[in-house]
Design a protein around this ligand. Structure first.
Ligand code: ADE
Length: 225
């Protein structure tokens, strides 16, 4: 899989790709990440990529020309399954979206900044819009890092234990059950006896019950689907 990321702050987004599971996926050639600095496609030598919004109002808007130049250049080199714009005014990222995107070959991600992008970018160039939650970040870079992490860990071969992504929270619209490790008792708090029993069908049953109970309590909305 190849992921291209267009950003005005390449340095802001690079570090999450330099550690842990994501780095290992890159080292194993399971995913390639390419960063593109939008300022290289600026309108003038001062690096102009944004302007005031028509109609007045605070905040600069990223202009369409630099973004079009950058996306057109990349599209001439390969086909993209999706061209994604990270923005708070979009459907919220969930596990199903991550699952679907992990099966693609090439995706292009545009990070918004300032007040966002000219609406015509969204109409002409973008195929999918994603928010990472109901709050506003300073730009799309952290959102893009979250999206990439959620996708990359699902690519076959990235996680050591293939089954572990399938037992994550949200894979069945359920939160994960609690987990424990040694010691079996700490400051009077004991690990549930069933987990020490070696009775694996019963352990599975207990985990399912716990997952359902937690979901009902913390995220009942997940059970509505
Ligand atoms: N850019 C700013 N806020 C965002 C959010 N919540 N999700 C994705 N991109 C964003």
């Amino acid at each position: 899989m190849r992921i291209d990321i267009i950003t005005v702050s390449p340095e802001l987004i690079k570090s999450p790709f330099e550690y842990s599971i994501i780095k290992r996926a890159i080292d194993k050639n399971l995913v390639e990440i390419h960063f593109h600095d939008l300022r290289k496609y600026a309108l003038n030598d001062y690096g102009k990529i944004d302007d005031y919004q028509f109609g007045g109002g605070a905040g600069m808007v990223l202009m369409i020309e630099p973004i079009d130049k950058c996306i057109s250049k990349l599209k001439a080199q390969r086909n993209y399954d999706e061209i994604i714009y990270l923005t708070p005014d979009a459907p919220t990222l969930n596990q199903q979206m991550a699952n679907t995107l992990s099966l693609t070959e090439n995706i292009l991600i545009l990070c918004g900044h300032y007040k966002g992008v000219d609406q015509r970018v969204r109409e002409l160039l973008i195929t999918k819009e994603i928010s990472i939650g109901d709050y506003v970040l300073s730009g799309g870079e952290l959102g893009a890092a979250v999206l990439c992490d959620a996708i990359i860990r699902l690519i076959p071969g990235v996680l050591g234990d293939e089954s572990s992504a399938l037992t994550d929270s949200f894979q069945d619209n359920l939160l994960s059950p609690p987990v424990y490790t040694r010691p079996a008792e700490y400051k009077g708090l004991e690990v549930p006896k069933i987990l020490l029993s070696g009775n694996f069908p019963k352990i599975d049953e207990w985990r399912n019950e716990q997952a359902l109970e937690r979901t009902k309590k913390i995220r009942p909305d997940l059970l509505e689907d």
